[in-house]
Structure formats: C-alpha cells, structure tokens
Design a protein around this ligand. Structure first.
Ligand SMILES: [Zn+2]
Length: 404
C-alpha cells in the first residue's frame, strides 16, 4: 500500500460531468476546501461517457440491497457473474419481483466506465497519478444502490453518486457528499484495497464511524452527527503510518460538517432562523447550502436587501446607480462590454417587458425551492401587495448579511 511522507501533498481531483454544475456539489466543495493540510481538492468539469442502459430515478430506495455482497460485487468480474446467477436463480425460484430491478448500471459496467474515465483524465491532463486520486461524481443508479465507493483497486478512482437517495433523505444534501469527499483520501491510505476495506467496513450496524455504510440509509446521518472514527479503524490508520497532518485535516473537516448538521437540526426544530449570506452565491450560513442565483437576480436581491423598508417597483429607477453597482459586482462575464451592462440594468430598473417582475418571481422560486426543506422561505422572498412597496421581511431583522 502506498504511503504519504510528512511533507508530501496529495490531490483529490473531483470530476463532474460537463454542464451539470450542481449546487450541492459546489456547496460540498466549498466546505471541504476550508480545511488546510496535505490534501488539496480540485474540481474539474469533465466530458465523460454515460452508461448505455441508465434508467431515470423514480423510486427512493432506503436500503443498500444485500450489504453482505460488497466484496463479491466489487471483486473480480468472474465472482460477480457467479453471484449474479445465484441471485437470479434464487429470485426465479421465489417468483418475488425484485424491487430494485429498475436500477440501471451494473457494478462491473460501472467499474469499467470509472476506470476508463480515470485513465482518460490522467492521460489528458498529465496529472501525477502517484500523488492523487479521482473522485467521479456519478448521477446514475448502480446495481446495489451504493452511495460512495472508495479507491480499492489500485487505479486511483472512487465514486460518489451525487444524486443518491441518501442525499434526498437529508435536508442538506451537500453534507453527506462533503463527508464522503473528505473521507476518500484517508480511506485511500489506510483502507485502499478491497480486502482491507471489507474487513473494516461497518455494514450491519450503524456506529457513526468513517467506514460506516449501514444498509439503512436513513441512519447515514449518524456519522455526520458524530464526526467520529472508531478505535479499530483508528488503530489501522495508526498502524499504516498515515501522517498526523492528513488525519487532522480530515477530522477538522468532519467536525465542520458535524456543526452544520447540528445547525440543521436547530433549524428543523425552529430553535434557530436561517441566515442568508449574499456573495457570489446566496448561501444559507447555518448549513452551507448554496442557492444559485444569476447575476441579475443577485443584483436585485442585494438592492432589496439594502432596503428593508421596501421599494415600489415603479420607484426602482430611482436606484439605478445602486442596481448598476450590484450588477457589475456579480456579473463576472468579462465578455460583456459596458454598453451591454448599461442596457441590462436599465431594462431591469424600468421593468421593460416585465423584466424586473420576472426576475423577482424567478429568484423567489429558487429561494423557495432551496429553503423549503429547512424553514419557511416566506420572510426571505421579495414580496408585497400589487402597487405597494415590495420588501424582504428578513432584511429588517439582519438575517441577510453581505459577504462578497
Ligand atoms: Zn470504524
């Protein structure tokens, strides 16, 4: 097994299919990049092949199917074929319909595809394969409903299914993704082969450890709440000589996730109110969740956030300069010339062809969609009766901060 010297660095290349740019992934990266240490997380938009037989997700399975088969599922292909025919025979005998039969990509196919993506990535970028690994973010269901599988085959790839049912069972879906991202390098150094990993994998009980992949997904948040590594797994980490700096970076990151998870609980129990941070994204500070708004939407939101007393739509032209200031701040497209920007801002301020009204209703919709799981979004929307001032109620109680 590979080791890491005290002074060495290690890069985790996070690959997401081109054009996806999911807010949960961005929020997860945002979080894991906060901890300093030997590991660096780098995001890449990557063109990757999609599985041929992928079906859309239409059910939320709450369990990992047949957890005892992990080793067989990921072992040599021959073994998989064997265990598959056993399963088929068994189900044929019982004539019970398989509730997972809609699940698309089979494990050997997935394994081949990920290996191809990793080879392609290293060939195309020339990245140092000895000192890095690839985490591929997949969005297809896999045969046994695995959420994340570490680098176990010496090929430097691992995967996380970024739209996995576990993320949909959680009110802040970026937290389990951030957790698995953070855990990958530590697992690579201490548990980075199939034999070792299955020896340390906790799958029959939920104990809140790093290697806890309890089959009941509803309890997956236990490890997020505990930020813990059990004594046995810690013993292994010590025995293989993982540098303390790497362990510390991982633990710091897990601790940050634990705090967010705790905040989330407080929001859900109405002990706390969400605080929004207005920067290049709108962010729920309590949990680190991102609400992705377009530059126009951010500019309008910033203007109304500065005016807790409200502004009538017909009076927005009085604030043309300020709107222009905010739009220029958030619009990072360098291709736009000053005239184009002027035109955009004027059209917005004068509500040409309902430009402003539509921008407001679009941004309200995004905020509502992102906040509905944790809190009532109403106080955070720009709203007011027709013809009267529109305002963000939360702006009056300092629940919106500027953090550009
Ligand atoms: Zn453990």
């Amino acid at each position: 097994m590979r080791t890491l010297n005290d002074m060495e660095t290690f890069t985790v290349h996070v690959l997401e299919a081109r054009g996806k740019n999911s807010p949960v992934v961005q929020a997860a990266l945002n979080l894991v990049q906060l901890s300093d240490g030997p590991v660096e997380f780098r995001y890449h938009e990557w063109t990757m092949p999609e599985p041929k037989d992928a079906l859309p997700i239409d059910v939320i399975p709450k369990k990992i199917k047949d957890p005892y088969r992990f080793k067989a599922n990921w072992g040599p292909l021959l073994k998989i074929e064997e265990s598959r025919s056993e399963v088929n025979l068994a189900s044929e005998k019982k004539l019970v319909p398989d509730p997972y039969s809609w699940i698309s990509e089979d494990n050997s196919e997935l394994k081949r595809r990920l290996e191809w993506i990793a080879d392609d990535f290293y060939a195309a970028t020339g990245a140092d394969r000895q000192h890095s690994m690839v985490v591929v973010l997949t969005t297809e269901n896999n045969e046994n409903n695995y959420f994340a599988v570490p680098d176990l085959f010496g090929k430097q790839w691992s995967f996380i299914q970024s739209n996995h049912p576990v993320t949909r069972l959680m009110a802040a879906p970026h937290l389990p993704i951030a957790y698995e991202l953070l855990a990958m390098p530590l697992r690579h150094f201490a548990f980075g082969d199939l034999e070792t990993f299955t020896n340390y994998l906790h799958i029959n009980e939920s104990i809140g450890c790093l290697n806890d992949f309890f089959a009941n997904l509803r309890e997956m948040d236990r490890k997020l709440k505990s930020a813990d590594i059990c004594d046995r797994c810690l013993g292994r980490i010590r025995a293989v000589g993982v540098p303390y700096a790497l362990l510390r970076q991982t633990q710091e990151g897990l601790e940050r996730i634990r705090v967010y998870q705790q905040n989330l609980r407080n929001l859900l129990n109405d002990f706390e109110l969400p605080k929004l941070e207005l920067g290049y994204h709108l962010k729920i500070s309590n949990t680190g969740s991102l609400i992705q708004l377009a530059p126009k939407q951010l500019a309008v939101y910033a203007l109304f956030a500065e005016h807790p007393e409200g502004i009538r739509i017909s009076h927005v032209p009085d604030h043309l300069n300020r709107l222009d200031y905010w739009y220029r701040k958030f619009n990072t497209r360098s291709s736009d010339d000053s005239e184009t920007i002027d035109r955009t801002v004027r059209s917005l301020a004068f509500n040409d062809a309902d430009d402003l009204s539509q921008t407001i209703s679009k941004l309200n919709r995004k905020i509502r969609a992102s906040m509905s799981q944790v809190s009532s979004a109403e106080p955070y929307l720009i709203q007011g009766p027709n013809g009267e001032a529109k305002k963000i109620a939360a702006a009056a109680s300092n629940l919106i901060n500027f953090a550009p």
